[in-house]
Design a protein around this ligand. Structure first.
Ligand code: C6P
Length: 429
């Protein structure tokens, strides 16, 4: 590696990351920017309601990926030739775009990862192995995704630490009294989802962080389901770590980011070794590169980062309040029309809720619902949604889940309900 070719990730913002100009929000026009939404499935117009699993990609992102591979593709941080310099600049510009999107103080606090799962595992392995001691506690909630449970179980088992769980009420709202009871002098970390993928519950992350810090604990936020629906400001939340996936916010799969407060990241040992994360290597021992490289061993997903930067720039250019109002209208409309389907039970009815409509239908297995809806061109997810403790809490093996994005229309929810009427006709009560 030629370190002389590196551009400083923490330096001034590269020109490519200039602030996007605001533009009006018309859901129909925005929808037209997503080519896949114009396709048919099984002879019917596609009704895409599986956005919590992954969002579709606008032309701006498709073109950024295509343009990178056509004109600039090279490895980064490794060579003085022009393509490598251009690729490095584009990669660093993407990091700056992520920094601005999260309102992080410094681009060195943004670590590129494969996604939320890898970001959480990074913290569990790098911070957890170095800091957790026997008897220390990691506080989770019942509504966590497996990605925010299993990494803590792994490191807790290794370090003799204990995983504790804050329960939820019947609506799917976090039990705050229980949270305050469980938060104690042994709590070293609170790891909580910003928005639940199985229930849609929005957690009061800033309040939880304030209480956790007062108790001497750190806070990791799983932002996988929040980034496409909330205005995320890691400094206002006072999150110590914030993980998200690019593919859930209109970007490519295989790329995401972990935000971490600089002092914490600097104090943490690396978790993966390899190229680019070192300062020196000898058989007597190695030393580590500065942030963010210390946590980015090996060739990163350069094109993915460029695509993520394009996605966040595209999304950030929309007027957030109008998008939020549209999504709130969709959620209210969906809740109303689904409630009229005979035998349908919504799972997750917290007053603090976003973008997710999980449900069961009496007498029909969720997988059958999914298959029959697909025949109508309607894409929903069915299963446990990688949140088995949530299923256990509600006593169901699985749910069907319609999840929303800003390009959905009331028509999509009406199409879902029309398709469910056909399912109901096949399985009368
Ligand atoms: N949830 C869903 O259909 P990855 O796979 O790393 O991009 O994201 C993992 C993850 C972590 N936390 C939450 C709250 C999530 O919702 C997800 C991904 C998808 O709900 C796939 S299981």
């Amino acid at each position: 590696m030629n370190r002389a070719s590196r551009t400083p990730a923490g330096g001034p913002a590269p020109a490519a990351a200039a602030a996007p100009a605001p533009r009006p929000f018309d859901p129909r026009r925005v929808r037209a920017e997503f080519p896949i939404l114009a396709r048919a499935v099984r002879g019917k117009p596609l009704v895409y309601l599986d956005n919590a699993a992954t969002t579709q990609k606008p032309v701006a992102v498709l073109e950024a990926l295509d343009g990178f591979y056509r004109a600039h593709n090279a490895n980064i941080h490794r060579a003085v030739h022009t393509l490598s310099q251009e690729a490095t600049l584009a990669f660093d510009a993407a990091r700056e775009t992520v920094r601005r999107f999260l309102n992080a103080a410094d681009a060195r606090e943004v670590i590129f990862t494969r996604g939320t799962t890898e970001g959480i595992n990074l913290v569990a392995q790098a911070w957890g192995r170095a800091n957790l001691r026997a008897g220390d506690e990691v506080l989770l909630t019942t509504m966590e995704h497996h990605s925010n449970i299993v990494p803590w179980q792994l490191v807790a088992a290794e370090r003799g630490a204990v995983v504790r769980v804050v329960p939820i009420d019947d609506a799917g709202t976090l039990d705050l009294d229980a949270f305050h009871r469980l938060l104690g002098p042994r709590t070293r970390l609170v790891a909580v989802g910003h928005v639940s993928n199985a229930l849609g519950t929005v957690n009061p992350v800033a309040d939880l962080a304030r209480a956790a810090h007062a108790a001497g604990a750190l806070v990791l936020v799983d932002g996988a389901q929040a980034v496409a629906h909330a205005r995320v400001d890691v400094r206002a939340l006072d999150a110590d770590f914030y993980a998200f996936s690019g593919h859930k916010v209109f970007g490519p799969t295989g790329i995401g980011a972990l935000y971490g407060k600089r002092a914490l990241l600097e104090a943490m040992p690396p978790w993966q070794g390899g190229g680019d994360m070192i300062r020196t290597v000898s058989f007597a021992g190695s030393t580590w590169a500065d942030l963010p490289s210390k946590f980015e061993a090996g060739t990163p997903d350069v094109a993915g980062a460029v695509g993520l930067g394009a996605a966040l720039a595209w999304f950030s250019a929309l007027p957030f309040d109008a998008v939020a109002a549209h999504e709130a209208d969709l959620l209210a409309h969906g809740t109303e029309v689904l409630s009229r389907v005979p035998g349908l039970r919504l799972v997750g009815t917290s007053p603090h809720k976003a973008s997710v409509l999980s449900f069961t239908l009496d007498g029909v297995h969720p997988h059958d619902i999914g298959t029959l809806l697909d025949l109508e061109g309607v894409a929903v997810r069915t299963g446990h949604h990688c949140a088995q403790p949530v299923m256990e809490r509600y006593g169901v093996p699985a749910t069907a889940r319609a999840s929303l994005a800003l390009y959905n229309l009331r028509d999509d929810l009406d199409a879902l309900v029309a398709a469910l009427a056909k399912v109901r006709a096949l399985f009368p009560l």
